[in-house]
Design a protein around this ligand. Structure first.
Ligand code: UD2
Length: 345
């Protein structure tokens, strides 16, 4: 009798275990789809990307204000719950940071897409980047456009260069915006690996107004969207249909991040772009497009793969929005545009 009971309990536990394992592997919920990193990818990453050198060497004798842990800004939060810095004016010392990163001789790639009429934004973007974006550092801007002859000639400082890549146009703006992930992935694989330390991927319909520099460097960097940072996460415009791989439940999400600015170490951005591209394409095969295309997939990605540095909305404001009191400086901002005039659909 005792033996039989033990056998039944054992059998029951075995069935529970088998069902549990089967559930984990077969469950179609999106949470298993964002960590797309198979063994091929892992091998590619370890063979092709420079290992990050996190050692920070300061310049001896550099004069700067003594830091404090009891005095500082009290009107904002400058740390996420997973202890990543949230960068705001007044929370960092630009002179100290620049001196540390100058020693490392880092190089930064930028991607910017100007397809169709969006070429009109290129000149202001490039000119203001020269004035404010990583001034004094090696910067390589990669412009993707279907109108290579219309890319304006902008004088660039020593150590800074620009390459133009031809891409096809599309009848749908959603397609143009989302396809950026695929092109970023390919650019990293085919042209950048081994040569570049960091990459930032930015919207073209924007201008720099203030410093954007070494304080923004991190392994995986996300920018908080200016439109929602005071809202409850239940109101964020995440993808809410569970059929999509970008799905976010009402009680999920840290911040709402911009699709118009993100970056980090090459290998981190490679994985982000590859994952968002795959999830966007797999959704498309099932006839679904996330509410805000690649921005929705990026938000899902950042929910699971927490950014190591978060940039405040100073790093992507919108010109039509009045400045809130906590925004002491606007560094980069989207220009006011008439969507009907410039988008293909
Ligand atoms: C938001 C995001 C954008 C993207 C989009 C959803 C911000 C500030 N912007 O902006 O990054 O996630 O939602 O898809 O977070 N483009 C062209 N030609 C076109 C259309 C788009 O080159 O005809 C490129 C261009 O680089 C542009 C970007 O795609 O900056 C995003 O398109 P948008 O600015 O029209 O998207 P928007 O304003 O809805």
């Amino acid at each position: 009798m005792m033996m039989n009971l033990k056998f039944v309990i054992l059998l029951f536990l075995l069935v529970v275990l088998v069902l549990g394992v089967a559930y984990v592997y077969l469950n179609p919920l999106p949470r298993f789809k964002e960590g797309f990193c198979d063994s091929m990818t892992e091998r590619f990453v370890s063979e092709h990307f420079k290992s990050p050198d996190s050692h920070l060497v300061a310049t001896d004798g550099l004069q700067y204000q003594q830091p404090s842990i009891t005095h500082g800004r009290t009107d904002i939060v400058s740390l996420t719950p997973w202890l990543a810095p949230i960068v705001w004016e007044g929370t960092f010392n630009p002179v100290l940071l620049d001196s540390v990163y100058q020693k490392k001789n880092i190089s930064i790639a930028v991607t910017v897409f100007a397809v169709g009429k969006y070429i009109m934004f290129m000149k202001d973007f490039l000119e203001t980047a020269e004035q404010h974006f990583f001034v004094g550092f090696r910067v390589h801007v990669h412009v993707f456009t279907d109108r290579p002859n219309e890319v304006p000639k902008v004088k660039m400082a020593d150590g800074r260069e620009l390459s133009v890549h031809s891409v096809p146009n599309s009848k749908r703006w959603q397609e143009i915006s989302a396809r950026r992930m695929e092109m970023i992935q390919k650019l990293i694989e085919e042209k950048l690996k081994g040569d570049v330390d960091y990459i930032f991927c930015l919207d073209v319909d924007s201008k720099f107004h203030g410093r954007w520099g070494t304080e923004s460097l991190g392994e995986l960097v996300a920018v908080i969207h200016p439109g929602y940072y005071r809202d409850h996460r239940g109101r964020f415009p995440y993808e809410r249909r569970s059929a999509s791989r970008a799905y976010m439940a009402p009680d999920e999400g840290d911040f709402y991040y911009c699709g118009g600015a993100f970056g980090g170490l090459l290998k981190e951005v490679h994985q982000l772009a590859q994952t968002c591209r795959k999830n966007f394409e797999d959704d498309a095969k099932e006839g679904i497009e996330a509410a805000w295309q690649e921005e929705s997939h990026l938000n899902r990605y950042m929910w699971i793969n927490k950014p190591s540095k978060v940039l405040s909305p100073e790093y992507l404001w919108q010109d039509f929005k009045p400045r809130n009191p906590e925004i002491l400086i606007i560094r980069f901002s989207g220009v006011v545009k008439n969507y009907n005039d410039i988008r293909p659909n």
